[in-house]
Ligand binder design. Structure first.
Ligand SMILES: Nc1nc2c(ncn2[C@@H]2O[C@H](COP(=O)(O)OP(=O)(O)OP(=O)(O)O)[C@@H](O)[C@H]2O)c(=O)[nH]1
Length: 928
């Protein structure tokens, strides 16, 4: 945010507002000051006027009094010249003059000794003396004529404060003869002052020459007037010093402390001073209102200024924020644009460019250059239809796409495009219409991505699926092969046509040909048969790919003809068939675009060839299966098909006829349910063990028929295995029992089983060991071999006879069988030696535990007649390794391990510990 700084507009405005406020304030102060001075001046004018009026008034009064006094003086002096004072004549005189006097002011005459000789009220006679009065004594000694004024005195006649106005009397000799005077009552003066309008607190005073207070009127009196009081304010003293006759001053009066604007004036002819004052509060009353009003206005103005400034500041801040935010947005936008431009420029996997509304290229990014191989300088200004293959341009695709984008906002399509080199590729194209704010079309943004790889995979998968579905729905072979070819041009590799040929009689057989070039192929082959002469014969035998990329004089004549007939440069022949085996057919591709990637073409041909091989092989295996099924159905032998685990899956008609069963009745039942003999579980276990280890079993079985009948049947069970040797099905063929079959079985049993113990003999054990080793070497199961030799068996024979030895051998066989699983094989190797073959996911831990159990079991006493025979067992173990162990070597290793146990004292087991265990093998060899 921009600071509320000195350079900003708001700061200027702030200063302006402040200046305006200061100006207004100054003006207001000046105006108020002027106004105050004005009011004061008015007050002075008023007081001056009043003082002047009072001066005139008082002077007039005193003049009048003086006139009377002069008249009386003249009269009295004449009477004195005449001999004695004649009061009657004075009364007469005074009665003529008395209208000019206030009735309260008495005119009196005192003689030279100060005795009142005239003017006393009745009853007082001559008792009144004024000889002690200072004014009397002054006049007694001062012979100057003229009127004299006294200091304020309390009249001895009236008892009131009075001012004595007197004239000196002289006798004819010129000696002092007394005074004639008028005692002017001061309260009378105060009453006169009271008639003046002096506001709420004004005052007027009269002082004598020595500033004694004579009379005073205050609108707000503080008590009786202190007549004679000489205290005055310093301001008055200073003013009098400056201007003794008249002047003005402002001061708080010494008597009541109220500040007033005062005017003073000395009477010209009498030593009196008039002071008139108007209280400051009075004359400034209006000024105070003005001050209040002005202050209110000023405060209002200042308040409004502050509000205005605040509002302005807030608005400015908002504006600043807006501007900042705009600036920030602008910056973000610029950055975003920059990033977008860099992004678009830098995108290398997508062609991103702009088109004008007419489809002319306006801009070009790195990805576009990489994808389409045009540089920006070459392509800008060209119409974008240069990226379309000619057939799409001819069909009006570019214009159609623009129109769609215009109508719908954008248009996405997956189609073939061409690079500058002419190479075709699968592209995913999105055209987006761009408009300005007024909604006018400004152009198009075009995004193109090379999707050749994924598209090929997708098309390949689609074709495979189609072909698979056709195969599963048993579509005709030719139609399925045709489907392989039909999808090929979509792969975008510029294929002109493809054909599948059957080489054996190639000239006449086209297995399938891609439309619409089938006719061209047909006529080519009729004119130039692809015979089996050199070099084709050898090639077809080897089934190697044959790629002809360009015309070469060495090429077979047929190729030259094919190129010519199809109008192509590149021919590609790919054999159909497993490598190294004679070809079943040939895929021939004619490629129109010489720039095509060879690996892509080769992959396409190979994939078509692989698909064709699967189709042909399946057709053949279907034929074979159909044949087998018809044989199975037609055969006179009764046949049952089961799963590898023995669950019944199918019965042929002959079986149903023989046994009376329907297929549904036996479906999923175990095969052993058909054998009455399987009630004895050990019998069935032996049978199944034989079947699992040898894959075959045959013998007489009491067989249950449909209606409860049990008839002896000859069972011949064989196993159908897959290519890895894993059992898939069991096939049981039932037939009538014949002597020959019985004899065969006896011979078979004697050849494979030990008659004393019933265990498989050495021969059968070796068979099973070899089979198990095969499986172990395919990594499908583990294998452990055990060689068990009874300890001290000879002594049983020696001590108890051969029969006892036989019982011991039989018992040992049973005990060993009881220790193992049904899938394991326990065999009698010979004499008192047994072998055990443990299969499945064997490990040393389980084999060791089993050996331990066997040692323990064989150590248990064996009952014979009343005796308890004691033997033991020594066991050698050997785990089949990942190396191709042969059976003999395994047996030798187990034997070495067993002998080590014997040497160590018997009664135990031991694993073969490697070739280093020489002592064991050597000693055994010696023993042998
Ligand atoms: N009862 C009986 N004895 C047999 C049979 N076959 C072999 N023998 C005897 O089994 C004996 C095996 O001998 P050896 O294994 O050396 O004797 P051993 O006492 O077990 O000696 P070690 O194995 O060293 O403990 C021989 O005496 C044979 O005659 C047979 O079928 N029945």
């Amino acid at each position: 945010m921009t600071p509320w700084g000195p350079k900003g507009l708001p700061k200027t405005l702030l200063w302006t507002l402040l200046g305006l406020n200061l100006l207004a304030f100054t003006l207001a102060v000046l105006t108020l000051n002027y106004s105050r001075e004005h009011y004061r001046e008015q007050a002075f004018v008023a007081t001056r006027n009043i003082a002047q009026l009072l001066e005139r008034d008082l002077t007039a009064d005193l003049d009048r009094i003086d006139q009377i006094l002069t008249d009386v003086q003249t009269e009295v002096e004449q009477q004195l010249i005449a001999g004695a004072l004649q009061p009657a004549a004075l009364d007469q005189l005074l009665s003529r003059r008395s209208y000019r006097l206030d009735e309260r002011d008495a005119l009196r005459v005192a003689d030279a000794q100060g005795r009142l000789i005239y003017g006393l009220p009745p009853g007082l006679s001559s008792q009144v003396q004024i000889a002690d009065r200072p004014y009397f004594q002054r006049m007694q000694s001062d012979s100057s004529p003229g009127v004299q004024l006294s200091e304020p005195v309390v009249s001895r006649v009236t008892g009131r404060w009075s001012l004595v106005v007197a004239r000196r009397l002289t006798d004819p000799l010129g000696e002092f003869a007394g005074i004639v005077y008028l005692a002017l009552r001061l309260d009378g003066l105060e009453q006169r002052f009271a008639s003046l309008d002096l506001g709420a607190a004004g005052a007027v005073s009269l002082r004598d020459a020595h500033l004694h207070l004579l009379a005073r009127h205050s609108v707000r009196p503080q008590g009786p007037t202190p007549v004679g009081e000489q205290r005055v304010s310093e301001d008055l003293k200073q003013a009098l010093a400056r201007a003794p006759l008249r002047g003005e001053y402002v001061a708080a009066t010494a008597l009541d402390g109220i500040e007033r604007a005062n005017s003073y004036r000395r009477l010209e002819r009498y030593p009196l001073l008039i002071i008139v004052g108007l209280a400051t509060d009075d004359y400034l009353e209006r000024w105070w209102s003005e001050l209040t009003l002005t202050s209110t206005l000023m405060l209002s103005f200042a308040g409004l200024s502050v509000l205005f400034a605040g509002h302005l500041r807030a608005s400015w801040r908002l504006r600043e924020q807006d501007m900042h935010s705009l600036a920030a947005q602008g910056e973000v936008l610029r950055e975003s644009e920059q990033r977008f431009r860099l992004l678009v420029q830098g995108v290398r996997d997508h062609a991103i460019f702009m088109l004008s509304p007419e489809g002319t290229v306006l801009s070009w990014n790195d990805g576009a250059e990489r994808l389409k191989l045009w540089t920006e300088a070459e392509v800008v200004g060209q119409h974008f239809s240069v990226f379309y293959p000619p057939e799409l341009v001819a069909a009006g695709a570019p214009e159609r796409h623009l129109a769609r984008a215009r109508t719908h906002g954008h248009h996405t399509v997956e189609e073939i495009r061409v690079r500058k080199s002419g190479e075709r590729f699968w592209a995913s194209v999105t055209l987006t219409a761009l408009h300005d704010q007024a909604g006018r079309l400004t152009g198009y943004a075009k995004l193109t991505r090379d999707i050749t790889v994924s598209k090929r995979v997708e098309l390949q998968e689609r074709r495979r699926r189609t072909v698979l579905e056709m195969m599963l729905s048993d579509a005709p072979l030719s139609a399925t092969l045709q489907a392989v070819l039909q999808g090929l041009p979509d792969q975008g590799v510029g294929l002109t046509s493809a054909v599948l040929l059957k080489p054996a009689s190639a000239s006449s057989l086209i297995l399938a040909a891609q439309q619409p070039a089938a006719g061209a192929w047909q006529s080519l082959l009729s004119a130039h048969p692809l015979d089996t002469a050199d070099p084709w014969a050898d090639w077809l035998q080897s089934a190697q790919p044959f790629l002809l990329w360009g015309p070469d004089p060495q090429d077979p004549a047929w190729c030259m003809a094919a190129r010519q007939a199809l109008g192509v440069q590149t021919l590609l022949l790919w054999p159909i068939g497993p490598r190294g085996a004679p070809a079943l057919g040939v895929v021939v591709l004619g490629v129109s675009d010489p720039t095509q990637e060879r690996t892509a073409l080769a992959a396409l041909a190979q994939e078509a060839a692989d698909l064709c091989l699967i189709i042909v092989q399946r057709a053949r295996s279907a034929e074979a299966q159909a044949l087998a099924a018809s044989v199975y159905q037609a055969l006179g032998e009764a046949i049952v098909v089961t799963s590898a685990a023995g669950e019944i899956q199918a019965l042929n008609p002959a079986f149903q006829q023989l046994t009376g069963y329907r297929t549904e009745a036996l479906q999923s039942l175990p095969l052993k349910d058909l054998a009455e003999d399987s009630r004895e579980s050990a019998w069935w276990a032996r049978l199944w063990q034989s079947l699992e280890t040898t894959g075959r079993w045959q013998g007489e079985v009491r067989t249950r028929f449909a209606h409860g009948e049990v008839r002896p049947q000859w069972w011949m069970i064989s196993t159908i295995e897959d290519e890895q040797g894993t059992a898939q099905k069991r096939l049981l063929i039932l037939s009538e029992v014949t002597d020959k079959k019985r004899a065969e079985e006896i011979i078979w049993r004697e050849a494979n089983y030990d008659p004393l113990t019933g265990l498989p003999n050495r021969r059968l054990f070796m068979d099973r060991l070899v089979q198990a080793l095969k499986r172990a070497q395919q990594g499908r199961e583990g294998l452990t071999l055990m060689l068990i030799d009874l300890d001290h068996f000879k002594s049983v024979n020696d001590q108890w006879g051969h029969e006892a030895g036989d019982v011991v051998l039989q018992t040992a066989a049973q005990r060993l069988l009881a220790c193992v699983r049904s899938t394991d094989t326990v065999a009698r190797w010979g004499g008192d030696e047994f072998t055990v073959l443990l299969t499945g996911a064997e490990d040393a831990a389980r084999a060791g535990a089993l050996a331990e159990r066997m040692v323990a079991s064989l150590s248990e006493p064996i009952a014979w007649e009343a005796e308890r025979l004691n033997i033991g067992a020594s066991i050698g173990l050997c785990l089949a390794g990942s190396s191709p162990d042969d059976a003999e070597r395994l047996l030798s290793h187990a034997d070495q391990a067993m002998y080590q146990v014997k040497r160590a004292g018997r009664g135990g087991f031991r694993f073969y510990a490697g070739e280093d265990d020489l002592s064991a093998s050597l000693t055994k060899a010696h023993k042998a």
